[in-house]
Structure formats: C-alpha cells, structure tokens
Write a protein of this length. Sequence first.
Length: 337
Amino acid sequence: MITHYRVPRIWGTKLEEMNVSVSSVLRAAGLSQDLFKQERILITTKQQFSLWRAIGQVAQDPAVGVMLGTEEQIARLHPIGLAALSAENLGGAVLHMARYKKLCAPEEISDSVTGHEWSIHYRWLLAIEPEPPTLMEYCFAWLLNIARKGTGTAITPLRVEFLQPIAHVGILERHFGCKVTCGAARNAIVFRASDALLPFITRNPELLDVLTPHFEQELVEQSANCQTSYLDLVRGAIQHRLTGHRPKIDDVARDLHVSSRSLQRKLQESGSSYQDLLDEARHQMARYYLSKSALELSETAYLLGYENTDSFARAFRSWEGIPPKSWRDAYRDTAVQ
C-alpha cells in the first residue's frame, strides 16, 4: 500500500479559476507555496486533510468541494477518470475506479448492494481524524460527474449520506438532485441497484485497452514493494507507540484502521509476525537512543517498554552480541556528551 497522495496540479488551476487564493489555501494548510508547481506532488493523509480543510475555510463559496469535483472538460480528467468513462456501464466505471485508485492514494472505494440500493463508500486507510466534509463533497461530486458524463443523462442518486453536519445542505441537494442526510453512520453516495447497469455512451474499448496495461503494470510494481511497505508501516506504528509501555497489537491495529485478526493475517502473509516487528522496532529505537541521546540505560529500557534494565540488556545482547553499555561506548555520536 502506498502511503502518499498524488495530488493533481489541476486542483491549483481550478482554484484560481474559482478566484480562490491558492497562496492563502497553502498557507492555511501549512504546505509549501510551490506545491502545485512541483512536477510530482506527493502529500500525506494528514496533509491532504489539512489541504481540504483550508480549501473549505478560504473559499467564499460553501460548495467549493462540489465545484472542484465537477469537470466539464473531459480532457482535464485524471487518467483514472478517463478509464472509468471508457467502461461499459456505471458499475464497470466504479470497478475501475476502485481498482486503480490505490495507485495514487492510500484510499479505498468500495460498494455494496442492499435490496434495491447500491451504496458507494470511501475510506481513508491511514486517517487518524475525521475526513473534512469539503473532501467528501468533492469525492461524491467527482463520482456523480463521471456517472452523468458516462450515461449522458442527469442521473441522480437516491441520497447522499455524511457523518458530519453540513451547513449548506440545500446547495448540495440542488446539485445532487436528492436528499442529503447528515449525522449518518457513514459517508456514502447511494444509487439505485439498477443504475449499475446503465450503459455509458462514452464507452471506448480501444482507449481502455491502452490505459489498462499501464495501470496493471503499476499495480504489479506496487505489489512487488507492497510487503516491505506494509511491514515498514506497521513497524512505524509500533515505534509511535513505544513511549514507556509495550504496545499491544489491538492498539496498533486500531491506529492502522484494521482489525487485529486482519493485521495478524497480513503479517503472516508477508512472512512476519507482530512480535518480530515489535523486536525490530525496539532494536531500531534502542540503537537510536544509545547513539543519539544522553539517556541512561534504565531510561532507554523504560521508553522501549521493558520491565527493567536487565530485560533490555538481554534483548540487546541477542541483537548486537554485546551489552548495550559496550555498544554505546563504541558507537555513540560524538556530538552527544
């Protein structure tokens, strides 16, 4: 799983077209002023959320998210959007978006059918805070834009659901053409189950044949690095919780928005285990503390979640072959005195 978002430069262009100060947005988000001038824009989930909160704060139009998600010029769509429009029907378009979204964001698009309703959900895999409403409005408007462009109709959902309260419900209801519910149990856009079969007038098998191999190759390359990336992600989550106690797998799983059972299964599939990663995280942090800080051995043992200095010393000797004091004397940064 990738850990950063690829931000399209078109966002900066569209903000300027809407007379929204890009400089003010980036300043409010705490991001570099040259963000949209970079050749390849990569930001974390936290930065992504900060960006969208800033857009909502700086823009005078409360429907800025909807406007950013609605694109009249097909040529300005992201390649994933072009692939979606080239699909056979709306269901196929959502399938393509869900499959290839993982190439540009740690984000998941999923759908479910209950009775006559077809719900499409978004989930931010590395989020530790609620997603900004402006971002959700953008996502739902973008999906509806694909649906309307593809079908060539003014298709409307049954309803749109938001977890958080929205002040401009009336504006959203006029755009989506349906009821908007706030305080719902999820963020979702709900269509009729039969809408999935609506044919696309933009269907282009030839273009899809060109785009699909490229996307699939990227997925293969990403998969090759997936195991290492995921283990690094889990190890980092463990290190984040190494603050005076031994982090439990339930806590780390919660931080990563997965169940403990799912985390254990993924680690097993990667040829590792939670205990292995905990030991590796402790080993890395021990080397850092001993070489870069003036902490006493007892303090280092405490920060790494060991019951006492002896337990830490035994573990360190198993890693390095020598006691932690001897290792520190040999490798301690000369700047730490």
